[in-house]
Design a protein around this ligand. Sequence first.
Ligand SMILES: Cc1ncc(COP(=O)(O)O)c(C=O)c1O
Length: 470
Amino acid sequence: MSPLSHGRSRQEAERTLAVDPLHTVAAGLTLATPEHRLPEAPLDPETAYRLVHDELMLDGNARLNLATFVTTWMEPQADTLMGECRDKNIVDKDEYPRTAELERRCVAMLADLWHAPDPRVAVGCSTTGSSEACMLCGMALKRRWARSNADRYPSREARPNLVMGGNVQVCWEKFCTYWEVEPRKVPLEGERFHIDPAAAVALCDENTIGVVGILGSTFDGSYEPIAELCAALDALRERTGLDVPVHVDGASGAMVAPFLDPDLTWDFRLPRVASINTSGHKYGLVYPGVGWALWRDEEALPEELVFRVNYLGGDMPTFALNFSRPGAQVAAQYYTFLRLGREGFRQVQQAARDVARELAGNIASIGDFRLLTRGDELPVLTFTTAPHVRAYDVFDVSRRLREFGWLVPAYTLPPDRQDLAVCRVVCRGGFSADLAARLVDDLRRLVPELRRQPRPMVDDRKTETTFHHA
Ligand SMILES: Cc1ncc(COP(=O)(O)O)c(C=O)c1O
């Protein structure tokens, strides 16, 4: 069944919702409200609230969700601000000019943080997340390429392609499918779990719209070597005249590296970097969904992609896949920028990295695991079972940790390392050193039981490999 079809069995479709008698008695109701059909009659708000609230109690605990990069804790002041803005549609820039102004300020702050040549005239916008931002940046790359190849595109011979590591997040596969661009992936090899600059350059030709560099990789938290990638493309230009721009997918790392690795050159300091995206809702420390897309200058964003809408009395430039979208996340992003400043961000991200490093060391000390990454780049660690471990695998670890409430995903790496399966822990604000110590306690408790298994429970692998990285 396609995930968008929402198909239900007849039995499921006929189900009704049952309210705890305590609530029904209090509300003076007998209740049989359908689950999958719009009920005929209204409910009182308290009963409706209870029904939804009680069902949602069965979701996992967001704070124990170590699978996600997305923010699961914000300060109460941020909650208040978001509550105050929940009725504002960000697209109504004439009606909510101050929200629009906060968005512009956030773009300017990010341009400055990422060393845009002139942050005052930086081009950028907020989005629903990195996926939308990547689509926009990919579209700009394609349009720029199409412009400079107008003599031969569109034609059968010229099919645009995008070069990237095999470890890209699914949004780049979506981009290529939706915008009819050929994905050219550098496979993983040996202990290299991300792009190789020389291999990427070897895939480039006159139809390459750009190369994607990831800071850092969704699969293991490692930073791709963006400066080396740019240098390799500079050399390609010297040799062949091909001038291929780079987009940096900084979904997580663009809000980590500026604070923890200021000497790492990965951003607009590299002239070849045309655009950068980040997820405000990951290490930008805002609840979902907000992302950012920035271009180094106006030239990098073809003007014809920006729509000027005469809407509700104003001339409004928009570059977005959506139209209406909540304004609250942008207000919360600006709050976070003001609240933390550079030093606050440094402290928060450093704390996450410290937790990740300590956790990596503690997991390594159990003796059954081999650490692939230890939180030295993104505050993320990945581990697999050591070669001597035969009784269980990382899918068993993931499954058993769920019994304690921890959501730690296990998945296989992309080609050509599908043979390697890992567990990943994303450390972020709200996952304290104390919680990390509890996780290690639980893991230590589980390991003796896992060692007693006759063999890995291979069936779990089928479901766990469908894990979606976010
Ligand atoms: C490198 C990378 N790019 C893009 C995305 C998609 O981000 P979003 O969930 O903000 O759309 C992710 C999500 O994990 C990611 O890790």
